[in-house]
Ligand binder design. Structure first.
Ligand code: NAD
Ligand code: ZN
Length: 246
Protein backbone atom coordinates (compact mmCIF):
# COMPACT_ATOMS: atom_id res chain seq x y z
CA UNK A 1 0.00 0.00 0.00
CA UNK A 2 2.75 2.45 1.00
CA UNK A 3 4.47 1.82 -2.36
CA UNK A 4 1.27 2.78 -4.14
CA UNK A 5 0.86 5.97 -2.08
CA UNK A 6 4.44 6.95 -2.91
CA UNK A 7 3.91 6.19 -6.60
CA UNK A 8 0.66 8.20 -6.72
CA UNK A 9 2.30 11.08 -4.83
CA UNK A 10 5.21 11.12 -7.32
CA UNK A 11 2.85 11.14 -10.32
CA UNK A 12 0.82 14.02 -8.82
CA UNK A 13 3.94 15.94 -7.78
CA UNK A 14 5.19 16.06 -11.35
CA UNK A 15 1.75 16.92 -12.77
CA UNK A 16 0.68 20.40 -13.89
CA UNK A 17 -3.07 19.93 -13.99
CA UNK A 18 -4.88 17.25 -11.99
CA UNK A 19 -8.61 16.67 -12.47
CA UNK A 20 -10.72 14.36 -10.28
CA UNK A 21 -13.81 12.38 -11.22
CA UNK A 22 -15.75 11.28 -8.15
CA UNK A 23 -18.75 9.05 -7.50
CA UNK A 24 -20.86 7.92 -4.59
CA UNK A 25 -17.93 5.96 -3.04
CA UNK A 26 -16.08 9.10 -1.92
CA UNK A 27 -19.07 10.06 0.25
CA UNK A 28 -19.61 6.64 1.86
CA UNK A 29 -17.39 7.63 4.81
CA UNK A 30 -19.64 10.68 5.29
CA UNK A 31 -22.51 8.27 5.94
CA UNK A 32 -24.13 8.47 2.50
CA UNK A 33 -24.85 5.03 1.02
CA UNK A 34 -23.88 4.43 -2.62
CA UNK A 35 -26.31 2.89 -5.10
CA UNK A 36 -24.24 -0.16 -6.05
CA UNK A 37 -21.94 -2.42 -4.07
CA UNK A 38 -21.87 -3.51 -0.45
CA UNK A 39 -24.23 -1.53 1.77
CA UNK A 40 -25.65 0.14 -1.35
CA UNK A 41 -29.24 1.29 -1.71
CA UNK A 42 -29.77 -1.38 -4.33
CA UNK A 43 -29.63 -4.03 -1.64
CA UNK A 44 -32.90 -2.54 -0.34
CA UNK A 45 -34.67 -0.91 -3.30
CA UNK A 46 -34.54 -0.77 -7.08
CA UNK A 47 -32.80 2.61 -7.13
CA UNK A 48 -32.83 2.86 -10.92
CA UNK A 49 -36.62 2.52 -10.85
CA UNK A 50 -37.27 4.99 -8.02
CA UNK A 51 -34.63 7.45 -9.25
CA UNK A 52 -36.22 7.48 -12.74
CA UNK A 53 -38.06 10.59 -13.89
CA UNK A 54 -40.98 8.53 -15.28
CA UNK A 55 -41.58 6.92 -11.85
CA UNK A 56 -41.38 10.35 -10.20
CA UNK A 57 -43.88 11.95 -12.59
CA UNK A 58 -46.29 9.00 -12.26
CA UNK A 59 -46.07 8.65 -8.49
CA UNK A 60 -44.13 11.46 -6.77
CA UNK A 61 -45.42 10.55 -3.30
CA UNK A 62 -43.89 7.07 -3.50
CA UNK A 63 -40.55 8.37 -4.81
CA UNK A 64 -40.43 10.93 -1.99
CA UNK A 65 -41.36 8.27 0.60
CA UNK A 66 -39.05 5.52 -0.65
CA UNK A 67 -35.99 7.50 -1.78
CA UNK A 68 -35.96 11.28 -1.42
CA UNK A 69 -37.06 11.61 2.22
CA UNK A 70 -34.21 9.36 3.43
CA UNK A 71 -31.74 11.08 1.11
CA UNK A 72 -32.74 14.47 2.58
CA UNK A 73 -32.28 13.19 6.15
CA UNK A 74 -28.82 11.80 5.36
CA UNK A 75 -27.62 14.79 3.30
CA UNK A 76 -28.87 17.33 5.86
CA UNK A 77 -26.33 15.93 8.34
CA UNK A 78 -23.42 14.89 6.10
CA UNK A 79 -20.03 16.61 6.37
CA UNK A 80 -16.89 16.18 4.22
CA UNK A 81 -14.58 13.25 5.08
CA UNK A 82 -10.83 12.79 4.54
CA UNK A 83 -11.42 11.90 0.85
CA UNK A 84 -13.06 15.27 0.13
CA UNK A 85 -10.54 17.07 2.34
CA UNK A 86 -7.64 15.39 0.50
CA UNK A 87 -8.91 16.78 -2.81
CA UNK A 88 -9.21 20.25 -1.26
CA UNK A 89 -5.58 19.93 -0.08
CA UNK A 90 -4.46 19.00 -3.61
CA UNK A 91 -6.15 22.19 -4.86
CA UNK A 92 -4.46 24.25 -2.13
CA UNK A 93 -1.09 22.77 -3.27
CA UNK A 94 -1.80 24.15 -6.76
CA UNK A 95 -2.18 20.70 -8.33
CA UNK A 96 -5.91 20.00 -8.64
CA UNK A 97 -7.96 22.35 -10.79
CA UNK A 98 -11.38 20.76 -11.25
CA UNK A 99 -13.58 18.14 -9.63
CA UNK A 100 -16.13 16.46 -11.86
CA UNK A 101 -18.62 14.76 -9.56
CA UNK A 102 -21.62 12.54 -10.04
CA UNK A 103 -22.63 13.21 -6.44
CA UNK A 104 -25.51 15.41 -5.38
CA UNK A 105 -24.30 16.10 -1.86
CA UNK A 106 -22.30 19.36 -2.22
CA UNK A 107 -19.47 17.95 -0.06
CA UNK A 108 -16.64 18.91 -2.43
CA UNK A 109 -17.61 22.59 -2.16
CA UNK A 110 -18.03 22.20 1.61
CA UNK A 111 -14.48 20.79 1.79
CA UNK A 112 -13.11 23.80 -0.11
CA UNK A 113 -12.79 22.84 -3.77
CA UNK A 114 -13.61 25.85 -5.92
CA UNK A 115 -14.28 24.44 -9.40
CA UNK A 116 -16.80 21.60 -9.05
CA UNK A 117 -18.78 20.37 -12.03
CA UNK A 118 -21.89 18.71 -10.63
CA UNK A 119 -22.67 16.33 -13.41
CA UNK A 120 -25.99 15.25 -11.94
CA UNK A 121 -26.94 18.52 -10.23
CA UNK A 122 -27.34 19.09 -6.50
CA UNK A 123 -29.90 17.93 -3.97
CA UNK A 124 -29.58 21.10 -1.88
CA UNK A 125 -32.33 22.88 -3.79
CA UNK A 126 -35.89 21.94 -4.84
CA UNK A 127 -37.95 23.32 -7.73
CA UNK A 128 -41.75 23.41 -8.05
CA UNK A 129 -42.75 21.46 -11.16
CA UNK A 130 -45.67 23.87 -11.80
CA UNK A 131 -44.39 27.43 -11.23
CA UNK A 132 -40.62 26.85 -11.09
CA UNK A 133 -40.25 28.37 -7.60
CA UNK A 134 -36.98 27.30 -5.96
CA UNK A 135 -36.59 26.44 -2.29
CA UNK A 136 -33.57 25.21 -0.27
CA UNK A 137 -34.17 21.52 0.51
CA UNK A 138 -33.61 22.11 4.23
CA UNK A 139 -36.55 24.57 4.29
CA UNK A 140 -39.04 22.33 2.47
CA UNK A 141 -42.14 21.47 4.54
CA UNK A 142 -41.94 17.69 4.89
CA UNK A 143 -45.17 17.31 6.87
CA UNK A 144 -47.05 16.25 3.73
CA UNK A 145 -45.91 13.82 1.04
CA UNK A 146 -45.04 14.78 -1.62
CA UNK A 147 -43.92 18.22 -0.37
CA UNK A 148 -45.67 21.05 -2.19
CA UNK A 149 -45.01 24.65 -3.13
CA UNK A 150 -47.44 27.47 -2.11
CA UNK A 151 -49.02 27.19 -5.59
CA UNK A 152 -49.90 23.51 -4.92
CA UNK A 153 -47.25 22.18 -7.32
CA UNK A 154 -44.95 19.33 -6.29
CA UNK A 155 -41.31 19.93 -5.39
CA UNK A 156 -38.59 17.98 -7.15
CA UNK A 157 -34.86 18.07 -6.37
CA UNK A 158 -32.69 20.08 -8.75
CA UNK A 159 -30.73 17.04 -9.74
CA UNK A 160 -30.81 14.78 -12.74
CA UNK A 161 -33.05 11.73 -12.50
CA UNK A 162 -32.36 8.62 -14.59
CA UNK A 163 -34.03 9.24 -17.95
CA UNK A 164 -33.15 12.97 -17.97
CA UNK A 165 -30.51 14.69 -20.08
CA UNK A 166 -27.23 15.91 -18.59
CA UNK A 167 -27.09 19.73 -19.04
CA UNK A 168 -25.00 20.37 -22.16
CA UNK A 169 -22.81 22.89 -20.36
CA UNK A 170 -21.79 20.30 -17.70
CA UNK A 171 -20.90 17.80 -20.37
CA UNK A 172 -18.84 20.29 -22.41
CA UNK A 173 -16.97 21.61 -19.36
CA UNK A 174 -16.26 18.06 -18.16
CA UNK A 175 -14.89 16.96 -21.52
CA UNK A 176 -12.70 20.08 -21.64
CA UNK A 177 -11.38 19.39 -18.12
CA UNK A 178 -10.86 15.68 -18.77
CA UNK A 179 -9.00 16.28 -22.04
CA UNK A 180 -6.86 19.12 -20.63
CA UNK A 181 -5.46 17.35 -17.57
CA UNK A 182 -2.23 15.38 -17.28
CA UNK A 183 -3.44 13.30 -14.31
CA UNK A 184 -6.97 12.09 -13.69
CA UNK A 185 -7.89 10.81 -10.23
CA UNK A 186 -10.96 8.57 -10.38
CA UNK A 187 -12.39 8.09 -6.88
CA UNK A 188 -15.30 5.96 -5.69
CA UNK A 189 -17.15 5.46 -8.94
CA UNK A 190 -18.15 2.16 -10.47
CA UNK A 191 -17.68 3.94 -13.84
CA UNK A 192 -20.88 2.47 -15.22
CA UNK A 193 -23.21 5.48 -15.41
CA UNK A 194 -22.58 7.26 -18.70
CA UNK A 195 -21.62 9.85 -19.86
CA UNK A 196 -19.60 10.60 -16.69
CA UNK A 197 -18.01 7.16 -16.92
CA UNK A 198 -16.33 8.02 -20.23
CA UNK A 199 -14.24 10.88 -18.77
CA UNK A 200 -11.28 8.66 -17.73
CA UNK A 201 -11.07 7.35 -21.31
CA UNK A 202 -11.13 10.95 -22.62
CA UNK A 203 -8.19 11.78 -20.34
CA UNK A 204 -6.33 8.64 -21.32
CA UNK A 205 -6.72 9.42 -25.04
CA UNK A 206 -5.09 12.77 -24.33
CA UNK A 207 -2.09 11.05 -22.70
CA UNK A 208 -3.05 11.66 -19.09
CA UNK A 209 -2.12 9.20 -16.34
CA UNK A 210 -5.22 7.69 -14.72
CA UNK A 211 -5.10 6.84 -11.00
CA UNK A 212 -8.07 4.93 -9.68
CA UNK A 213 -9.09 4.77 -6.01
CA UNK A 214 -11.92 2.40 -5.17
CA UNK A 215 -13.03 -0.18 -2.63
CA UNK A 216 -12.75 -2.81 -5.38
CA UNK A 217 -11.76 -3.33 -9.03
CA UNK A 218 -14.00 -1.67 -11.65
CA UNK A 219 -14.39 -1.80 -15.43
CA UNK A 220 -11.58 0.80 -15.62
CA UNK A 221 -9.07 -1.22 -13.64
CA UNK A 222 -7.66 -3.40 -16.41
CA UNK A 223 -7.43 -1.20 -19.46
CA UNK A 224 -7.82 2.48 -18.46
CA UNK A 225 -6.19 2.86 -15.04
CA UNK A 226 -2.41 3.19 -14.92
CA UNK A 227 -2.47 2.77 -11.15
CA UNK A 228 -5.32 1.24 -9.12
CA UNK A 229 -5.37 1.57 -5.34
CA UNK A 230 -8.02 -0.42 -3.49
CA UNK A 231 -9.35 0.58 -0.09
CA UNK A 232 -11.35 3.40 1.44
CA UNK A 233 -11.11 6.78 -0.27
CA UNK A 234 -10.38 8.64 2.98
CA UNK A 235 -7.46 6.41 4.02
CA UNK A 236 -5.96 6.43 0.54
CA UNK A 237 -6.22 10.21 0.10
CA UNK A 238 -4.59 10.64 3.53
CA UNK A 239 -1.78 8.32 2.44
CA UNK A 240 -1.18 10.14 -0.85
CA UNK A 241 -1.31 13.63 0.69
CA UNK A 242 1.10 12.50 3.42
CA UNK A 243 3.71 11.52 0.83
CA UNK A 244 3.03 14.69 -1.20
CA UNK A 245 4.04 16.81 1.75
CA UNK A 246 7.12 14.80 2.78
P1 NAD B 1 -22.09 3.71 -7.46
O1 NAD B 1 -23.01 3.66 -6.30
O2 NAD B 1 -22.47 3.08 -8.70
O3 NAD B 1 -20.67 3.11 -7.08
C1 NAD B 1 -20.01 3.46 -5.92
C2 NAD B 1 -18.55 3.02 -6.07
O4 NAD B 1 -17.84 3.42 -4.92
C3 NAD B 1 -18.37 1.50 -6.21
O5 NAD B 1 -17.49 1.24 -7.29
C4 NAD B 1 -17.74 1.08 -4.87
O6 NAD B 1 -16.83 0.00 -5.01
C5 NAD B 1 -17.03 2.35 -4.45
N1 NAD B 1 -16.89 2.55 -3.00
C6 NAD B 1 -17.76 2.23 -2.01
N2 NAD B 1 -17.29 2.62 -0.82
C7 NAD B 1 -16.09 3.21 -1.04
C8 NAD B 1 -15.11 3.82 -0.20
N3 NAD B 1 -15.28 3.93 1.13
N4 NAD B 1 -13.99 4.31 -0.78
C9 NAD B 1 -13.81 4.21 -2.13
N5 NAD B 1 -14.70 3.64 -2.98
C10 NAD B 1 -15.83 3.15 -2.45
O7 NAD B 1 -21.82 5.23 -7.64
P2 NAD B 1 -21.72 6.02 -8.94
O8 NAD B 1 -20.88 5.31 -9.95
O9 NAD B 1 -21.31 7.34 -8.46
O10 NAD B 1 -23.20 6.10 -9.60
C11 NAD B 1 -24.42 6.19 -8.93
C12 NAD B 1 -25.20 7.50 -9.20
O11 NAD B 1 -26.09 7.69 -8.10
C13 NAD B 1 -24.35 8.72 -9.19
O12 NAD B 1 -24.16 9.12 -10.48
C14 NAD B 1 -25.12 9.78 -8.38
O13 NAD B 1 -25.86 10.62 -9.23
C15 NAD B 1 -26.09 9.01 -7.56
N6 NAD B 1 -25.73 8.93 -6.11
C16 NAD B 1 -25.17 10.02 -5.46
C17 NAD B 1 -24.82 9.94 -4.10
C18 NAD B 1 -24.20 11.14 -3.42
O14 NAD B 1 -24.48 12.28 -3.80
N7 NAD B 1 -23.31 10.96 -2.43
C19 NAD B 1 -25.04 8.75 -3.41
C20 NAD B 1 -25.63 7.66 -4.10
C21 NAD B 1 -25.96 7.77 -5.46
ZN1 ZN C 1 -45.20 26.41 -7.39
Amino acid sequence: MIDQYIKAAEIIRSAKNVVALTGAGISVESGIPPFRGKGGLWEKIDAEKYAHIDTFMKDPATVWNVLLKDLKDVLDKAVPNDGHKGLAKLEAMGKLTTVITQNLDGLHQAAGNSDVIEFHGNFASQRCIECGHQCPTKDVDMSQMPPRCKCGGIYRPECIFYGEMIPEDNLERSIAAASGCDVMLVIGTSAIVHPAAMMPAVSKQNNATVIEINAEATTLSNHISDLSIYGSAGDIMNGIVRYMTQ
